[in-house]
Design a protein around this ligand. Structure first.
Ligand code: COA
Length: 532
């Protein structure tokens, strides 16, 4: 029997405490997501509606196939920054005419939809996802262009947005721009670089410079319509392929474009799969509020994979990392999950071997994080922990099968790297509200700083201020703690979103489906030199 058993007791006090802690974090998360949904706030939303316009998310909803899901990405972008949560753009994956597409929509209620540094990062991440997974890209445009006060952060790197569109096109990945309003200056290159463009009567404004700028530059008197209206672009300049009479018509035309793309997935959809044997609601009660307490990741695996069926690989060797094979919504996956937090030499070597096997078999990998990093100490250094950790990082870095990472609990130090952290290009990375990620734990970091400061004072022959040290430690601990939290990290685009643990199977299933639009092929060689 390979169906996982469970030792979770949903009636026990531990389960109740874990569930309560998780629900409290989810309530905080909901409050932050609500900020993104509110866009620029009531005043600007009201004004937008009075102009007879649809909101960004309403445009997306009309574009998608009825009752199909939308996997919104990075909804907390810009959290903790000077800019509104959500970064004035909505991005995500949805199904249009049966085709999974990457959709971006400017939110014109937030500072005229202008792009700030976080908007840019979020849009570039969306392009990256479209490229890696060969998803057609649909841009729903209405933007005041660059957020002018922050132009120094975005003007030069922002050129990558237009470069990406034409590289997608060159790779045979379709790009479609639907212009709902302003698309001026650099923004004009979104329709300019797209394969297909739709513009809307008396709404679209696509010009390199508006009437005031033209007057300043050449003295010419002009107006919006003759400079960049939909009718002009449809009849005269030829920039518009489709002339829509209103927003609904434009969205309909975008759907028809997708229907005719002849965009085929590299892998057919699998047959419907058996759900897990255990209730996914129980995912709320697994991770302890205190991450120092370990938990068995098999309890998580049992609630996300098809039929809770898991063939464990090397269960007796390196038991602090659980590895094994399963399927998720019908897609084969290899899973690496931290069991006891610390990664030792055996766990690292087991991971390296497992990753190679997945590459030989073209099987995507799922990394479930709860690690405090690689083991330190004389015994372990002498046992070669560096070279064994390096084997694992080498395998992760050069693996060519798609990787999906989920931060369930701790994700500290080089353990974050070995488990395919952000810098290791997982196709998607999500965090649970219980996750924490940093170079090390806040207490450890503050303690290390204090030891270094004490040694430095001693070396200079100066007395050490113990009272000041305690205050400094407390301050550093608090700072690192707040910078380790998922909302902070999501704000900086270090993940693709913070998700409700109960949605993990659905989110991973949507990602796996999108991933299989592109061919899934492992590396047959091409790893770096493995230090043995
Ligand atoms: N940078 C920074 N802030 C901007 C902005 C930009 N590019 N575009 C608009 N905003 C701000 C406005 O100052 C205004 O702020 P406030 O409400 O605090 O006063 C808010 O966003 C809404 O702008 P508003 O002009 O009232 O909205 P609108 O819907 O009537 O018009 C635009 C939107 C985009 C047509 C208009 O704001 C505009 O022309 N902006 C400049 C466009 C431009 O030339 N960009 C150059 C890009 S390189």
């Amino acid at each position: 029997m390979t169906v996982l058993p469970t030792a979770l007791d949903p009636r026990g006090p531990e389960y109740a405490a874990h569930r309560e802690a998780m629900l409290a974090k989810l309530a905080e998360l909901d409050a932050e997501h609500a900020k993104a949904l509110a866009g620029g706030g009531e005043k600007y939303v009201e004004r937008h509606r009075k102009r007879g316009k649809l909101l960004a998310r309403e445009r997306i909803e009309l574009l998608l196939d009825p009752d199909s899901p939308f996997l919104e990405l990075s909804p907390l972008a810009a959290w903790g920054s000077d800019y509104p949560v959500g970064a004035s753009i909505v991005t995500g994956i949805g199904v249009v005419e049966g085709v999974e597409c990457l959709i971006t929509a400017n939110d014109p209620t937030v500072r005229g939809g202008a792009s700030n540094p976080w908007t840019l990062r979020k849009a570039l991440r969306a392009n990256e996802i479209a490229y890696a997974n060969r998803l057609p890209c649909i841009s729903l445009v209405e933007s005041g262009g660059a957020d002018l006060p922050s132009q120094k952060e975005i003007f030069i790197p922002g050129g990558a947005l237009f470069r990406d569109l034409t590289r997608l096109s060159a790779a045979g990945i379709p790009t479609i721009a639907v212009v709902f309003g302003n698309s001026t200056a650099g923004g004009a290159y979104v329709p300019g670089m797209s394969d297909h463009t739709v513009m809307i009567k008396e709404r679209s404004k696509v010009f390199l410079g508006g009437p005031p700028l033209v007057r300043m530059a050449t003295g010419e008197e002009s107006d919006d319509e003759s400079l960049g209206g939909a009718e002009m672009h449809a009849r005269v300049s030829g920039l518009a392929d489709h002339y829509a009479v209103d927003e609904a018509d434009a969205i309909h035309r975008a759907r028809r474009i997708v229907a005719r793309l002849n965009h085929r997935k590299a892998h057919p959809d699998p047959a419907p799969a058996e759900p897990p044997k255990y209730d996914p609601d129980e995912l709320l009660g697994i991770v302890p509020g205190d991450l120092k307490i370990p938990f068995d990741p098999r309890e998580v695996i049992a609630r996300i994979v098809d039929g809770s069926d898991f063939d464990e690989f090397k269960p007796l060797y390196g038991p602090s990392l659980t590895t094994g094979w399963a399927s998720l919504h019908g897609y084969p996956v290899g899973i690496l999950a931290n069991a006891q937090g610390v990664l030792f030499s055996a766990e690292s070597q087991k991971a390296a071997q497992f990753i190679q096997l997945a590459n030989q078999r073209d099987i995507p990998l799922v990394f479930l994080h709860n690690t405090t990093g690689y083991m330190v100490g004389k015994e372990y250094e002498q046992g070669g922990i560096i070279k064994h950790g390096a084997m694992m990082i080498n395998a992760v870095s050069n693996s060519k099968v798609p990787h999906l990472s989920v931060l369930m609990g701790a994700s500290y130090g080089a353990g974050h790297y070995g488990m395919c952290g952000r810098a290791y290009d997982p196709r998607f990375l999500f965090a649970w509200p219980s996750a924490k990620s940093a170079v090390m734990g806040p207490q450890q970091l503050a303690g290390v700083l204090s030891i270094v400061a004490r040694a430095s004072a001693a070396a200079k022959g100066r007395p050490y201020d113990d009272e000041g040290d305690a205050a400094l430690r407390a301050m550093v601990e608090q700072q690192i703690e707040s910078e380790s939290l998922p909302m902070f990290l999501s704000g900086r685009l270090y993940d693709d979103g913070v998700i409700d643990p109960r949605d993990t199977r659905t989110v991973l299933g949507l990602c796996l489906s999108a991933i299989h639009t592109a061919p899934v092929e492992g590396a047959r060689g091409g790893f770096g030199v493995f230090r043995m």
